[in-house]
Write a protein that binds this ligand. Sequence first.
Ligand SMILES: Cc1cc2nc3c(=O)[nH]c(=O)nc-3n(C[C@H](O)[C@H](O)[C@H](O)COP(=O)(O)OP(=O)(O)OC[C@H]3O[C@@H](n4cnc5c(N)ncnc54)[C@H](O)[C@@H]3O)c2cc1C
Ligand SMILES: NC(=O)c1ccc[n+]([C@@H]2O[C@H](COP(=O)([O-])OP(=O)(O)OC[C@H]3O[C@@H](n4cnc5c(N)ncnc54)[C@H](O)[C@@H]3O)[C@@H](O)[C@H]2O)c1
Length: 529
Amino acid sequence: MAFVPSLPVAHFAPYASSHKSSLRRALLRSPSRRASRLSPTVHRSAPVQIRASFDYDLAVIGAGVGGHGAALHAVSKGLKVVIFEAADVGGTCVNRGCVPSKALLAAAGRVREMKDADHLRAMGISLSDVEYDRQGVADHATGLASKVKSNMANSLTSLGVEIINARATLTGPQSISGSNGSTYTAKDIILAPGSTPFVPRGIEIDNKTVFTSDGALKMEWVPDWVAIVGSGYIGLEFSDVYTALGSNVTFVEALPNLMPGFDPEISRLAQRLLINPRPIDYHTNVFASKVTPGIPGEKPVVIELIDAGSKEPVDTLYVDAAMIATGRAPYTNGLGLDSINVETQRGFVPVDEKMNVVDKDGNVIEHVYAIGDVNGKMMLAHAASAQGISAVENITGKSHVVDHNTVPAACFTHPEISMVGLTEPAAKEAAKEGGFELGKSIGHFRANSKALAEGEGDGIAKVLFNKDNGKILGVHIIGIHAADLIQECSNAMARGTTVDELAFCVHTHPTLSEVIDEAMKGAVGMAAH
Ligand SMILES: Cc1cc2nc3c(=O)[nH]c(=O)nc-3n(C[C@H](O)[C@H](O)[C@H](O)COP(=O)(O)OP(=O)(O)OC[C@H]3O[C@@H](n4cnc5c(N)ncnc54)[C@H](O)[C@@H]3O)c2cc1C
Ligand SMILES: NC(=O)c1ccc[n+]([C@@H]2O[C@H](COP(=O)([O-])OP(=O)(O)OC[C@H]3O[C@@H](n4cnc5c(N)ncnc54)[C@H](O)[C@@H]3O)[C@@H](O)[C@H]2O)c1
């Protein structure tokens, strides 16, 4: 039995918030934002003539988590599958994303905890010196990435998926040419080419003093002072790593508030827990218009800041390093989209709800699907994989649509943040439009025995629900192990479980899950049914 590594199979509170400025709208249009607004008027065109035989039933372009999930699911359906990978099996998540970043966060989290003398003293522990070996921490991340990468490749080959190490270019809806000089045909094709870091104009990456997450994950040095441009997922997780390892951090954020993608109440609490007590300062409502690399120990990195509204210069920062975390751009270079009459929308490949690619005239292209970061619906590993599985379901004749509203997301800071469904401003709008009353109930980590035993009583779990029928609209958690706690809420939303049904589910004592239990029980008295 092949070992299939634990890899994502399922996002995100919508980026909706109450901000309505033109700046916000402009940013929501930036490449890494969700493109679920890409809802082209779709016409189903006459199916392409299917040739008598093809080299493969399914060809997948890109062996990231999306392509991997699709390929494994296709094999389980009895399809003959080939997967093309131009670089590393595992793609962004395994090699330059989720996996190494979580390894760094795990190591840095332990350093933070062991350096927190008050926290340890409260449990009767004292430690003298806490030291870390930078190279050792870096090796933990690269070692894990390479292990998961090889597990992933093995899981593909052992189940009979052919891996072709070549760049693939579409030459038509059912044909591909490889950078290895060969051509291939497949009855169906799934595009899963992922994304790369988006670097705004004026920023020069030298991969030494100015870098994106690709460079930061190598952890070649720990700068004394690092500016992080962008306070989204990547910026926040890296601020956690850097401050634990001893750096001072300055955030540069274009929107008026830090962490603008999260529910505003959670962002405010995150500011109290993750920003204010740490050596972090910030500039909001500003763009980094020009970033010039420096020389470590000799010349600082120079960051010119302009006002996000007026575009007037406001400040200049001189720091040791700058990490650019301003979103990700879909990667469609050399994919051959012209051959199937497809025009990207803000860089993303347009798809319908079944992940079928839509051409520039609004026609669905039979046999061609696009999943994962490249369609911009939800730039998360588990969403990519879920979309891949969904595409295969549709290919094999079972109509399937991913419910993105119930896909959870988490930010792996200490403590963690997690979410599913609507943010509170979006839920208020939904209640107004739908003519129902919005309920809100909160569970507290400070009232939870397990959290207190761990000395981790900070945080809340907030449930937003429809008071008329008890259905959950969104859940937002900040607190220890929030990333694991959200799953129960996501499953409940996906199954239409109500707050009172969940409140009657028995939660183990003493566990953190009782924070959710408290929030659900609190909701019951408010729900009107
Ligand atoms: C620092 C960081 C941390 C992250 N942490 C998390 C996290 O904790 N949780 C989470 O859910 N998400 C996380 N993400 C996001 C996650 O990594 C992506 O959503 C996910 O990797 C998208 O998967 P994908 O399969 O669509 O594309 P990718 O993983 O980008 O894979 C695409 C693959 O296709 C290959 N390719 C491209 N074009 C071609 C071609 N023409 N021919 C052949 N091969 C091609 C590429 O080489 C690549 O290997 C993180 C991202 C980053 C950058
Ligand atoms: N734990 C996770 O699930 C996880 C972790 C890392 C990354 N990711 C995924 O990777 C993707 C990319 O992450 P990210 O943090 O780069 O993007 P993001 O979209 O989460 O955040 C980007 C931030 O940069 C700001 N910004 C954009 N342009 C700017 C500029 N010129 N100057 C200053 N600020 C600017 C935006 O307002 C935003 O706050 C996300 O879509 C996320 O889904 C997920």
